[in-house]
Write a protein that binds this ligand. Structure first.
Ligand code: NAD
Length: 369
């Protein structure tokens, strides 16, 4: 990263600490960004991907600052990236080495993210005594097994639908990234009368205008490790998933998958940002101008971190789900109402709301944040 690009990230909120870890004994390269701790110790996932870089980790850490503040959690925002293929045979060795490397950064509580899971957090806990998103046997609330984020996205959809002049019953849904977030979001929306018509993963994409049975797709993916294992649908180019005819689009995998080019052709009226930072700023502006309602990541996908934070503080699964319903519905309503009344892009309205909370929390700290 160049100096100029680094300073582009610096503002009155952070980043508070940026760390690069290199452990040649196990060939670990990792990045940690603790963005802001005004609301409390930062909490955020550990991503494992071969192409994760400082800029991605910073943007994700900032999204966590905003997400945790918007959700009213007593936590700041942080994120980590381990530069490795998550399918590596050395996963446990790398995760344990990473954990030892961040032992002293007590203002960061690691959780699972793409490429890591509850087992990884069990190893982190074993190494350094702090982690969230743990296996149930270690006192965890298994957020991915329960589908906390997908549940929150469905709650968000109920509130957002009228802002997009949409009825959930019968609405067609396309999901990019049929993983922990995407699969559960599709299932919870199916319960509310929506119809999944397209889905993708890292191996390909499928489309079935008459509908895809979510449970059957999940079981086909489990067996074949690919959405294309579901044979009652047509294979499509993964790029085309974004532009299939549908009412609701859920990006639930990689950053910036909605960009200036495909944003012009998206047919959905409502986008629920399941993934973190799934759309470029230019794409969000374009979508807003086209009248597409796009609920920002840190409002729509807060279910997972809410579960993790409740777990970390000894709360129960029932408390966590009640809070997800309450916070995500209230925040979605407030952001979309402010957006409509003040003519702002939803992200601007959401950032204003979260920033106000972070700045107010910082006013109670001697260091200012
Ligand atoms: P996951 O690893 O369980 O699932 C990701 C899915 O995306 C997999 O099916 C994978 O094959 C697919 N994928 C990867 N690259 C792809 C590509 N280029 N095109 C299409 N599909 C691709 O991860 P997850 O936990 O579901 O997380 C997905 C996104 O949601 C990430 O951005 C993550 O940060 C965000 N998120 C997750 C949670 C959570 O509770 N798990 C909470 C908030 C945000």
């Amino acid at each position: 990263m160049t100096t100029t690009s680094f300073t582009e990230f610096c503002d009155e909120l952070g980043p508070w600490k940026v760390m690069h870890l290199w452990d040649p004994s196990v060939e670990l390269r990792a990045i940690l960004v603790v963005d802001n701790v005004a609301c409390g110790p930062s909490i955020g996932g550990v991503r494992m991907a071969p192409d994760v870089d400082v800029s991605e980790v910073f943007r994700l850490a900032r999204a966590m600052t905003m997400k945790n503040a918007a959700a009213g959690l007593p936590h700041g925002g942080g994120k980590a990236g381990i530069v490795a293929d998550p399918h590596t045979a050395d996963r446990e060795v790398l995760v344990r080495a990473f954990a030892r490397g961040i032992r002293d950064i007590v203002e960061y509580i690691p959780g699972p993210d793409m490429g890591t899971d509850e087992r990884c957090m069990g190893w982190v806990l074993d190494e350094i005594g702090r982690a969230a998103g743990l296996p149930r046997v270690l006192g965890g609330i298994p957020l991915d097994e329960l589908g906390a984020t997908g549940f929150g996205l469905a709650e968000c959809a109920e509130v957002a639908a009228p802002f997009a002049d949409l009825e959930l019953r019968g609405a067609r849904v396309a999901v990019e990234g049929f993983g922990n977030v995407g699969r559960h979001a599709a299932a919870f929306l199916e319960e509310r009368g929506c119809r999944l018509v397209a889905a993708s993963d890292s191996t390909g994409a499928i489309h079935a205008p008459d509908g895809i049975d979510v449970a059957a797709l999940a079981s086909a993916k489990r067996e074949t490790r690919s959405v294309t294992g579901y044979t009652s649908a047509q294979r499509i180019d993964p790029k085309d998933l974004f532009v299939v005819p549908c009412e609701i689009l859920i990006p639930a995998a990689r950053p910036d998958c909605i960009h200036e080019v495909n944003a012009r052709s998206i047919e959905a009226k409502l986008i629920l940002q399941g993934a973190n930072i799934p759309a470029t700023a230019a794409a969000e502006t374009l979508l807003h101008e086209r009248g597409v309602v796009s609920v920002p990541d840190f409002i729509a996908n807060a279910g997972g971190v809410m579960c993790a934070a409740f777990e970390y503080r000894g709360g129960t699964e029932a408390n966590a789900f009640e809070a997800i319903t309450d916070k995500i519905r209230r925040n979605t309503e407030e952001v979309l109402r402010r957006s409509r009344e003040e003519g702002l892009e939803p992200r601007r309205a959401a950032l204003d709301l979260a920033r106000e909370r972070v700045i107010e929390a910082g006013s109670y700290r001697a260091s200012g944040g």
